[in-house]
Structure formats: C-alpha cells, structure tokens
Design a protein around this ligand. Sequence first.
Ligand code: ZN
Length: 291
Amino acid sequence: MRIIDVHAHYEPRMLEAGALLEKLNARAVSRVVLIPSMSEPILESPANLLRVARALARRTWTRPLVEAIHRSTLTPEGNVRISGKTIAIDARPDNAGVAALCAQHPDRVLGWIFLNPRQNPRVLDELEQWRSSPGMIGLKLHPHWHDYRTELLTPLLRRAEELRLPVLIHLGFGARGDYRAICEAFPKLKLVAAHAGFPFFDDLWRAGKDLPNLLVDLSSPYLDEALARDVVRVMGPERCLFGTDAPYGFHEADGSYDYGEILGWVSRLPISESKREQVLFGNAEELLKLQ
Ligand SMILES: [Zn+2]
C-alpha cells in the first residue's frame, strides 16, 4: 500500500478524521496530504455547470465565457454563490487543524500550509510559523477564490523556493493564474497546478514542455476521465499526481465521499504499470521527499 493522495481537504463537517482514514484504508491509500478547509461545507458539486465549464475552458477563445461565469458567482463580500446558495469563503484558512492531524497520524497524514497574501499582511510570518510543524510539507494557494493576481505571491514563492517547499496552486484566470511567470521566475520551485491546470487545461499542458518545474494533479470533478487521459498523454505521467479533492465532488449512494472514482480513472489509463505507479505514488514521493 503506497498510494498517495496529494490533494484532499480536511473538512470534518463532511468527513471527520476517523471516517477519512477508513476511506483511505478501504482503497489502500497509504497517505493523504490535507488542505485546510477554505469555506463552509460544499455538499453538492454543480456537475452540469462543471461539465460546461470544462468544455469551454479547454479552448482559448471560449475560456473568457467561463471567467465571466466564475466572476458572476463571486459576491462583493468575497464569498461564492453555488447552485443558488451563498458559501462563505475563509480569508484565513485554519492551518492548526491540519497540523494537529499530522501530529496525530504522522504515518498517514501530511499537510499543505494554506496561505492568502491578499488578506494577511503577515503571510510570510504565517509560513514561518507552520513550516517547521511536523508533516506540513508545502504551500497551498488559491488565487481563484481568494481572488488575487499571482504577482502578489512573489515574496512567498521566493521563500518557498529557498526552503525547497513545493507549492500546490488552484490557478485563477488571466493574471490570477500566471503559471508561466511563476515557473520562469522560480525555476527551482516545484509548482503543482491543481485540477489538471484548470482553467487553462490544454494551453498549460503544452506550455509545460518549456516549464520543467510545472506539474499537475488529477483531482476533482473539474476533470472527467477523458480529460485525465488527455493531460497524462500530453504532459506525460511523470508530471501528473493522483489527487481527489475529497470530500468534495464524487459521492457514493449513501452520500459519503467516493474515494474510488479518480482511482478508477488512473487504473484505466493506457500506460504501463510502472508509469501508473509514478502517478499513484512515485512522483509524489519525489516531490514530497518521502523516499
Ligand atoms: Zn481542492
């Protein structure tokens, strides 16, 4: 059992720690890298909207439509409206809960330090506070929902590169997701674009040829199985990491998180078993220095 889920959230209101560990055990997932929750629980993912967004985002000329839809979901207070409900966004996600779980389950749980430079003038101090906490292995950034331009990240990314901490980023549109500028300015930094590089998808995969420090995860219903197959084919399995976005997205008949969905996609990828192992754990072990 060596599978590593590099992208899941600690949201005990939807999946408390014991139940999460049971889910991992049932699917032979050895480790999970948790992100602090950044919002009120999101109980239903808007599957139809995501399907349309996925198709439109894959083409450069229709992507602005997806951006317009996204901007229409943001409220002036910095919250988001999904399926007619307003979901409160945390400007300062709570890293303490994830750090405590890492300490309790050092062999199973690792954590991403979630930082927001737009609403925290002492964000570099917050990085220093958590980086020596056992199991906190890198930074999570969300310019898409925290709604900032990625140039705001420069001091944080410089420090992450110095510390050799990987960065998981949910890119926003345009200047809120300038992955090329980041990868070129910080060539030693490992940048993992969440959700197969949403919202840039194919453009980001092709750009990856010139950006050797750019990786992607395969998490969430921002993707579907066909898109996962495409990103692995274009970027190569050595640049793709298994992740789920648990507990959001895919659910079993009883409403609990379905840990098998994305594992199923990976199990059916038309690649060799050794490449599949790279996606499931080899790339993550290297990125997180677990070997
Ligand atoms: Zn996520």
